[in-house]
Design a protein around this ligand. Sequence first.
Ligand SMILES: [Zn+2]
Ligand SMILES: [Zn+2]
Ligand SMILES: [Zn+2]
Length: 431
Amino acid sequence: MRSFHIAALLCALAAVCFADKVDLKDGRSYEGVVLEETDTFVKIKTAKATLTFQKDQVLAVVKVAGGALAERETKLAALDPAKPAGYLELANWITGKGKEAYDLPLLRRLCAAASKLDPKQAYEAQMVLGKKLEEAAIKREAALAYARAQFSKPGDPEARVRLDNLRQGLRDEAKKEMQELAAALDLVIAGEYAAALPKLQKAEGLAMAEEANTQIGMSIELLTKDVARRVQCKPCDGGAEVNCPACAGDGLITCNVCDGGGAKKGFKAGKDETGFADGVCRSCYGVGSILCAKCKAERDITITFYNDPAIMKVVPPITVHAKAQHELDAFRTGVDMVKYQHKIEKRAVISIVGGPATKGGRTPCGTCQGVKYDPPINPPPVDRIRAYLADVNDRANGQKPYEVVPRVTEVFDKSALADDCLRYRNGAWVK
Ligand SMILES: [Zn+2]
Ligand SMILES: [Zn+2]
Ligand SMILES: [Zn+2]
């Protein structure tokens, strides 16, 4: 029992140690492969995304040689469209031995590329993809992968059995979805827009939703917008905006390192030549608050410099305009932010004072999804919606057929290769 625990612990430690790590000053931490590190920024690729951080946000960069993600980068860089087998091999690797480097969008692309480049591989590639999708309960897409496998190897029993198993579940789901869609449409026809809106907001992507385009002449998304304009939303009073939840509307967030004081913990900023640089809180640059990134706030910040009466030289204060997440860039236009002194006059900073936010503080209302109360003159096209609703109901009741797995005509998923990129260079897919 004990040895099992130790083994499990060692595995966990190994998984942690196999990745590079970037620790940020705000406490966040990212694991992956460090692709590039310069004096000003560091770029890390995690299993899901590539992120770039400015060096002054970064507390530490820990690099570890080897590891599954680093190995994946090497394997990706070696892919060559002239050797289609490499794509299938890598797809198998990230679903097996290299599973720490597994990523679904990557698997989709590899399986599509393997199938496209060499249709003889399509059966195996689509089965690999289908099984992973099924594991993740992404049933409709899994069924499509099996359908493509079947298309490339007609009569294959495994693909057929797996597809049939999924089909029944999908049929039940589709029926439920069509009933939800029908309920939303019923309310639109009845003119009960406020009740229809939340249901319509969820209807996009449901079974039969796509047919709205041809049958009503507008997508469910557009119909939802049309209905939203007819409802005076309560949280925003129809204005489509609310106070930003992150900053409560003033566009500013009190610095949690110095609690708004602007000075380093336990340090009282002196007002002489050296005191400020030593005692300033480096998280908020001594302002005490930072601009809210969620609502993209902006403000003016005034910096005052030490004036030495002995040399009779007066350096006037400067005012910079700062944007959220780019405050440092604004300061740097006039101030050396390492020594905290005037860039040209070399006089020390003695105070940095931020004004109120001139932009920001408001975010789109989540309830109406940012649609203003602005009722269109004409009602929604009720007759066409009624005809469409009848069709949805017929299919939900089984009076008309509904094919839950559309017929496939290709051995790969075109959308996974929409950008046509088959080569991988420096952390990105290229043509
Ligand atoms: Zn905000
Ligand atoms: Zn601070
Ligand atoms: Zn609203």
